[in-house]
Write a protein that binds this ligand. Sequence first.
Ligand code: PRP
Ligand code: URA
Length: 209
Amino acid sequence: MGKVVVCDHPLIQHKLTYIRDENTTTKDFRELVDEVATLMAYEITREIPLETVRVKTPVAETDAKIISGRMLGLIPILRAGLGMVDGILKLLPAAKVGHIGLYRDPETLKPVEYYSKLPTDVTERELIVIDPMLATGGSAIAAIDVLKERNCNQIKLMCLIAAPEGVKAFTAAHPDVDVYVAAIDDHLNDHGYIVPGLGDAGDRLFGTK
Ligand code: PRP
Ligand code: URA
């Protein structure tokens, strides 16, 4: 079973409260999501491997650490995942970005894939799949199915808010994938929305409702 990490740093929790608030404007919502993504990136990269290099300071030569191998790949699920990309790239500017387009059919709540474009060296990178919401879990499960079909096997999932139902379904479908969230909420309502959640992440990011 993969880890489920709740990133409970006070700065993340503080900003998440304003993200949830229905009175937060589109501009502020977007900025706050970006900031929380940066803070969560700090947590999710805690275990990336380092290697030792020699460096000459103005005072002496010494062993020092740099990140080993290729930089990560970020895989936002369109469209709401886009809102977290720039925040992560602030810490990992050399990461490559691939896109997977999925929307949730409002009747069946099942994900429908409409687009995917991945870096050519995607199998050689550790990947972070990004989506603010893990509700039924269907979209995240489907996105990672797409990556596994392409032989990717080092994958983590980063979300802002998860429903317990989504965590359960996701960890059952992909027990090898660690999940990083800022909060696990109470439940899903009859429309598949997370309660209390934040509403529709895509609409709030892009001002479409
Ligand atoms: C939202 C969200 C997730 C999905 C979560 O996207 O960004 O991708 O729903 O729900 P699930 O866990 O039940 O699959 P949506 O389908 O609204 O598309 P959008 O990002 O284009 O608005
Ligand atoms: N997608 C959203 O944007 N919000 C939810 O609460 C559930 C799915």
